[in-house]
Design a protein around this ligand. Structure first.
Ligand SMILES: [Zn+2]
Length: 344
């Protein structure tokens, strides 16, 4: 089968690899119908050390179940299923709490041991706990929005939940990639009255406005912080969604949270230390967030997608087949595309 393998910074190839197959009795074999390239795939694309064996890529996919192991009981052959960006058993202490990304028997797609989503098929561990059956046909018109539930929409929602977005309050979203844009959707969905979007790219700004952003801040650094304070009577936002992970974006996010406010961090931190420790301490700012338990959010978000109340699939502005994956990485890295969807 063909799959995406990364060999180093800027070096992504589509290659023939051994066919995915069931190894454990709790596995399912899924033939991929749609996959996406994630902003977090761009971190290794930017900085991965060269590797001879490479690293399988992709953690956002939907597909059809082709086979199941003998201990898989809920997922059936022929089901159309979505796979969240981490796999999980669905039964351990943390899964029961809804924190599937901390599953005691879970893990992450791709790398050197497992299949990735940017390939023709995937061995799915812990299939009953991991996969979410979708009640639509494989080429349903809502497929792009459904695909976002595997990561970016769930992650934007997680940022909003951990930043305690609530009705009538002010939310600020730092970073306008697909996650930040989904964060705008999530903040509006949870009732934020004012949604301040911090990004400087025209395509992202226009989509953010469509999704419900009320104010745009295109400046960076201290000027951005001053602008947000001006927009909030000098007090700052109740809820801040940090959707980048850089030192500067984290500094901005923590600096614009008002006293007693909360920051939901979903951008993977690129630095060891957290900035702005002293001011956030004295303002009693809650600092929360982490990898979104996407598997836990399907039940809540899926009806809104199916009934058209949210349209996160609009973040996809690049589409192609598997041969286009390397070009999709390049387009996203060069900021010529927000997010790429791959059809199989
Ligand atoms: Zn678990």
């Amino acid at each position: 089968m063909r799959a995406t393998v990364m060999y180093g910074a800027g070096d992504v190839r589509v290659e023939n690899v051994p066919d995915a197959q069931i190894k454990e009795s709790t596995d399912a074999l899924v033939v991929v119908t749609r996959a996406a390239i994630c902003g977090s795939d761009l971190w290794p694309y930017k900085g991965m050390q060269p590797s001879d064996i490479g690293r399988r890529m992709g953690h956002e996919f939907i597909g059809v179940v082709e086979a199941v192991g003998k201990d898989v009981h809920k997922i059936k052959v022929g089901d159309l299923v979505a796979a969240p960006f981490a796999w999980s058993d669905g039964t351990c202490e943390f899964c029961q709490q809804g924190l599937h990304t901390s599953c005691l028997h879970g893990g992450w797609w791709g790398g050197t041991e497992l299949d990735g989503g940017q390939g023709e098929a995937v061995r799915v561990p812990q299939a009953d706990g991991t996969l979410y059956p979708l009640p639509v046909s494989r080429d349903h018109a809502l497929m792009p929005s459904l695909l976002t539930l595997t990561d970016v929409m769930a992650t934007g929602h997680h940022a909003a939940v951990t930043a305690k977005v609530s009705r009538g309050k002010i939310a600020a979203v730092v970073g306008g990639g697909a996650v930040g844009l989904c964060g705008v959707i999530a903040a509006k969905r949870l009732g934020a009255e004012q949604i301040i979007f911090l990004d400087r790219h025209a395509d992202r700004i226009s989509l953010a406005k469509e999704f419900g952003a009320t104010d745009i801040v295109s400046e960076r650094g201290d000027t951005a912080i001053e602008r947000v304070l001006t927009l909030t009577n000098g007090l700052g936002a109740h809820s801040v969604l940090e959707c980048v992970g850089y030192e500067e974006s984290t500094r901005t996010a923590l600096s614009i949270a008002r006293a007693g406010g909360a920051v939901g961090r979903v951008g993977v931190p690129q630095d060891e230390a957290m900035p702005v420790a002293m001011p956030t301490f004295f303002r009693n700012v809650t600092i929360s967030g982490g990898p979104a338990p996407a598997r836990a959010y399907f039940d809540e978000l899926l009806p809104d997608v199916l009934e058209g109340r949210i349209q996160p699939g609009k973040v996809f502005d690049y589409a192609g087949d598997i041969s286009k994956v390397p070009d999709g990485y390049r387009a996203m890295y060069d900021r010529k595309a927000i997010k790429a969807i791959i059809a199989f």
